[in-house]
Design a protein around this ligand. Structure first.
Ligand code: SF4
Ligand code: SF4
Ligand code: FES
Length: 358
């Protein structure tokens, strides 16, 4: 986006508003808290203009224009809502819903999975108004993470675009056209045989739940409300922001934070799906020390004394430089800070690193 010229203004819903060169009508409307519905839009992706839900009236234009693809130019006069626009939007939702009669409403499926369902509700749309025909056939993909239920697909291409534009993987593609449209993989096979890295971005952008988080969906039958807790991934130094989904104190899934400064909605396979370690029954809950070649549970005092004795022995035998510390990426900041203090102030060494740098 280029610089801002205060003379660049348009009239939006009767009010003169300024814009920056390159801004779309939709972006301007968002800044001014207008509530234009969208469906194929994901602010992280290049505008696509496929669904027309975001259409607005533009003076001088015979037909409404898609606000997500129309760039502002000085003097435009735009209306973001009117009885006619709302009627047309309802018809559009009904056309889309005619392809997808079982509107998914499972929040656990993915971050955006309720978008179509919310539009159906907002417009009181009837999925049976148009006879339509379903496009897309589900793919029984054996991978443990991503469900591919294309019975729910509305061909918005958000998954294809996020995979190409954000992940650079091009693992997902589209074949055929019209009612024969099918979202597929490079060679129409399983995801694990494609370039897919199981980052889950396609799941999180899908507005229908056609692509869904298999792990999180397992918690559908667990009683209790879904709680979201904002946190930071503990795996590596990128520091992706994420929302942990939990039910009854049990972690059931992870969704990326779309406003995370380091990741803007992206996660890798570890952050997205590898959360079982947190509450795994194999996770150590007490220190262990080796006695007669066997690891046995110990108190913290015993374990720390044993560690101190080991360090002393090593420095006596080989000198200070024999000690090198690598802090765990899963440790909190305070623990990492204490560890470098131990090395620098305790031994006078700079032999300290953190696996998060990898
Ligand atoms: S699978 Fe989901 S994101 Fe992909 S085209 Fe279908 S509805 Fe859109
Ligand atoms: S491990 Fe993956 S999700 Fe976690 S911080 Fe690093 S890049 Fe982000
Ligand atoms: S949201 Fe603008 S055309 Fe789909």
């Amino acid at each position: 986006m280029n610089g801002h010229n205060p003379l660049d203004t348009i009239v939006m819903d009767g009010e003169e508003v300024s814009f920056q060169t390159g801004e779309t009508l939709f972006e301007i409307s968002e800044r001014h808290r207008k509530d234009i519905p969208t469906l194929c839009y994901d602010k992280r992706l290049d505008p696509f203009g496929g669904c027309r839900m975001c259409m607005v009236e533009l003076e001088g234009s015979r037909n409404p224009v898609a606000s997500c693809t129309t760039k502002a130019s000085p003097g435009m006069v735009v209306r973001t809502t009117s009885a006619k626009l709302e009627k047309d939007r309802k018809t559009l939702v009904e056309l889309v819903a005619s392809e997808n009669r079982e509107i998914a409403t499972n929040q656990l499926a993915g971050f955006a999975s309720l978008e179509l369902a919310q539009l159906v509700k907002r417009y009181d749309a009837h999925s049976g108004r148009f006879p339509g025909k379903k496009s897309g056939q589900s793919h029984d993909d054996e991978n443990p993470f991503i469900l591919r239920d294309y019975e729910q697909c509305i061909s918005c291409y958000r998954c294809v675009r996020v995979c190409a534009e954000r992940e650079g993987d091009y693992a997902i593609d589209v074949m055929n056209r019209g009612f024969a449209t099918q979202i597929t993989t490079q060679f129409d096979g399983d995801l694990r045989d494609s370039e897919c890295t199981f980052c889950g971005q396609c799941v999180q952008t899908c507005p229908t739940g056609a692509l869904a988080d298999k792990k999180a969906l397992r918690a559908t039958d667990i009683a209790g409300v879904i709680k979201k807790t904002r946190t930071v991934c503990t795996y590596c130094g990128v520091g992706c922001s994420m929302d942990i989904l939990s039910k009854d104190e049990k972690i059931v899934g992870v969704q990326p934070a779309m406003d995370g400064p380091a990741n803007i909605g992206a996660l890798c396979v570890k952050g997205q799906f590898a959360f079982d370690f947190v509450q795994h029954s194999d996770r150590l809950a007490t220190p262990y020390v080796r006695k007669n070649d066997e690891l046995v549970p110990a108190t913290w005092d015993e374990a720390l004394d044993r560690a101190a004795a080991g360090f002393q022995q090593a420095t006596q035998n080989h000198g200070n430089e024999a000690i090198y510390a690598i802090a765990s990426g899963r440790a909190p900041h305070e623990a990492s800070y204490a560890m470098q203090k131990l090395m620098r102030a305790g031994w006078g060494l700079n032999n300290i690193d953190n696996c998060s740098r990898a």
